[in-house]
Design a protein around this ligand. Structure first.
Ligand code: SF4
Length: 274
């Protein structure tokens, strides 16, 4: 009698359906293929056809599976039942939660809606939360992005004509000198890692300006361990030196940027920018 070896399937099918979407575990929105099995998220992989990440998926992206599968995620409104910090909560219905919120908000709206300071965390619906705050009547609203990725996006728009991630990127193919200032390293993770790899391969120089030498700064050719809060002074000093040395393309600035409207023509010391 021959003994038959069990056949081991080394590549079991992980899914019965693949759905394509973008990751939002950080702000890059890398393209992802979400593998579904029996109607549940079973596995996440990078989408090779997506222009932002070209198939690259970081650890946070893979962990996105827990957004829907973690047993600890919130599934319904909760109300605290014990003292603050005790961790005692019970689930309540949406109707109950809305009634409580209306009880807090209605008197404020009638008396002085601007007394409401409305702050939301990171989500994909800031246009709706702002719309809600405006309809409520308060100008005092903000969201996580104002302390975080929105600044990065704004700086990107001012300096290279596009925010990072899917709206625009540095010119990775032609850049000769790349300066990074205080980059929040969990932002623009995959695209910037791929770009840094590309420019370093070409021999372009990378300078990191950051109080700590971690992540992207660790692979910079030069690291400026700047005192927190002095980046602006450092940049203005560089502009000053470049202006004095005649190394700024004024013709380019006047034709293609908003520099002319920044010039204060008033005479006298400290009155004009240029
Ligand atoms: S860099 Fe990582 S976390 Fe950010 S969007 Fe891409 S895969 Fe998701």
């Amino acid at each position: 009698m021959t003994h038959q070896q069990p056949i081991l399937n080394t590549s079991p099918k992980v899914s019965d359906e693949i759905r394509q979407t973008t990751c939002y575990m950080c702000a890059c929105r890398c393209g992802i293929n979400v593998h579904m099995k029996d109607g549940k998220v079973a596995y996440i992989e990078g989408n090779r056809d997506h222009p932002v990440n070209k198939g690259v998926l970081c650890a946070k992206g893979s962990a996105g599976i827990m957004q829907v599968n973690a047993p600890s995620r919130l599934k319904a409104p909760m109300i605290r039942t014990g003292p603050r910090g005790s961790g005692q909560y019970k689930e309540i219905s949406w109707d109950e939660a809305l009634a409580i919120a209306v009880g807090w908000l209605e008197p404020v709206r009638h008396e002085a809606p601007e007394q409401l300071a409305f702050f939301t965390g990171r989500d994909q619906s800031q246009s709706f939360t702002s719309f809600w705050a405006q309809s409520f009547g308060t100008p005092n609203y903000a969201a996580h992005g104002g302390f975080c990725s929105v600044n990065m996006a704004t700086a990107g728009i001012y300096t290279m004509g596009g925010a990072f991630w899917e709206f625009g990127q540095p010119d990775w193919d032609h850049t000769k000198l790349f300066m990074l200032f205080g980059v929040a390293e969990d932002h623009d993770s995959n695209p910037i890692k791929m770009g840094l790899g590309k420019i370093k391969k070409r021999g372009a120089r990378v300078i990191g300006v950051n109080p700590i030498r971690s992540g992207y700064n660790a692979i910079a050719d030069e690291w400026v361990g700047i005192t927190p809060g002095t980046d602006g002074l450092f940049i203005l000093s560089m502009i000053h030196v470049l202006m004095k040395a005649g190394k700024i393309d004024l013709d380019y600035l006047s034709r293609y940027t908003n520099a002319p409207v920044l010039v204060n023509a008033a005479e006298g010391p400290d009155k004009g920018l240029f």
